[in-house]
Design a protein around this ligand. Structure first.
Ligand SMILES: O=P(O)(O)OC[C@H]1O[C@H](OP(=O)(O)O)[C@H](O)[C@@H]1O
Length: 355
């Protein structure tokens, strides 16, 4: 089952069409010899490996996925040995589509593909290749710079001695804690384990490496421990135009409880987490993962006939979130749309689409 989140008050619009000159080479890029293309080039094994690793969550976390996808496109560009620019472009689009189909919720992935492919300009293969490799490197650099900048913004919200409750594992959220420590503040953390995949353990390990005292709790203990927390700090996989935060399952319940207990909650999310398609009324697909992540098959069969559902993310409405912290500053969720329009105009192109 797939649930969609539709932000309020927006209308639908179509996506931009890529150039039609590449149409004949599209099948060739998939290695289809019957397509009639003069040259063919396939997706390189490294792109397949990255795509599989993203799908299996060996590579995970919205920003990390984006960086890996950009890097995979650079590898594809470097290793595609063709002379025809149209075939080269078609092969790059095919590689991007393979990466795009891996996980549906974190918009950082299509935003990475968009960033690289929109800069793939030129009339010959060498120029195209150089542009892809250069923009991939620039994208990766910008990821790191954005994380550092938003960390400083988020750190300003934290006071010396604060106790911060976390959910899942977010590099953007951790950047805020790291920057606060750099500012000389002393912090401690209450870390939710975050079933079913226990990414809280990754957070706990990262915080211990920073020497932050950590209390690990099960997810259902969160409300009890909110009385001891000064802040809740989460990441995001996507942020919709109405300010809704799409993040790891359990975030919305945590946010409602935090509001009830009077504990401020912030989302740390660099601008590649802003979902441009929601500007034109599109919805954010919530990924459902394997049922075995929730219960192992042996235990399940011992229980008997059972329906198991495993949505990986949920939607926190803007009224339950105090602030979204980005590299462009702090925003009340309801005003994030102004930043989105500035960055994306009225919508998003899909440069990986088949003509
Ligand atoms: O980009 P950064 O802040 O690292 O991560 C953002 C989000 O990505 C993760 O998703 P998953 O574990 O890939 O399903 C979590 O939901 C986390 O909040």
């Amino acid at each position: 089952m797939t649930r969609k989140h539709r932000p309020e008050g927006e209308s639908d619009a179509g996506a931009a069409d890529p150039a039609s000159e590449d149409a004949a080479s599209e099948d060739a890029a998939r290695g289809d010899a019957a397509s009639g293309g003069t040259e063919s080039a396939a997706i390189v094994p490294e792109v397949e490996e990255t795509a599989s690793a993203i799908a299996s969550m060996e590579i995970r976390g919205a920003a990390t996925i984006a960086g890996a996808a950009a890097e995979a496109l650079a590898t594809q560009a470097r290793e595609t040995a063709v002379e025809d620019p149209a075939t080269f472009r078609a092969t790059m689009r095919a590689a991007a589509r393979r990466l795009h189909e891996t996980r549906p919720t974190a918009v950082s992935l299509p935003n990475a593909l968009r960033y690289v492919l929109q800069r793939m300009e030129g009339d010959d293969v060498e120029t195209l290749r150089r542009r892809v490799v250069r923009s991939s490197a620039r994208f990766t650099r910008r990821l790191e710079e954005a994380r550092d900048r938003l960390g400083e913004v988020g750190a300003n919200r934290l006071q010396d001695g604060d106790v911060v409750m976390t959910h899942c594992h977010s590099t953007d959220a951790l950047a805020c804690i790291e920057a606060a420590l750099d500012q000389g503040k002393s912090l401690s953390a209450i870390v939710k384990e975050t079933r079913p995949r226990n990414q809280g353990h990754i957070t706990a390990e990262a915080l211990r490496e920073l020497d932050v005292p950590v209390t690990l709790i099960v997810d259902s203990a969160a409300r009890r421990y909110l009385d001891e927390a000064d802040h809740v700090l989460v990441g995001a996989d996507s942020i919709a135009a109405d300010g809704s935060v799409i993040n790891k399952i359990g975030t919305s319940g945590l946010a409602v409880n935090a509001r009830e207990r009077g504990v401020p909650i912030m989302t740390a999310a660099q601008t590649i987490k802003l979902h441009p398609e929601t500007l034109t009324g599109h919805t954010v697909e919530i990924e459902t993962r394997d049922e075995d992540e929730v219960i192992d098959p042996a235990t399940r069969s011992g229980i008997g006939d059972l329906t198991v559902e495993n949505p990986a993310f949920d939607v926190t409405p803007p009224r339950y979130m105090d602030a979204i912290v980005t590299e462009s500053g702090q925003f009340p969720p309801e005003s994030i749309v102004t930043l989105m329009r500035e960055l994306f105009g009225d919508g998003a192109e899909t440069p990986w689409a088949e003509p």
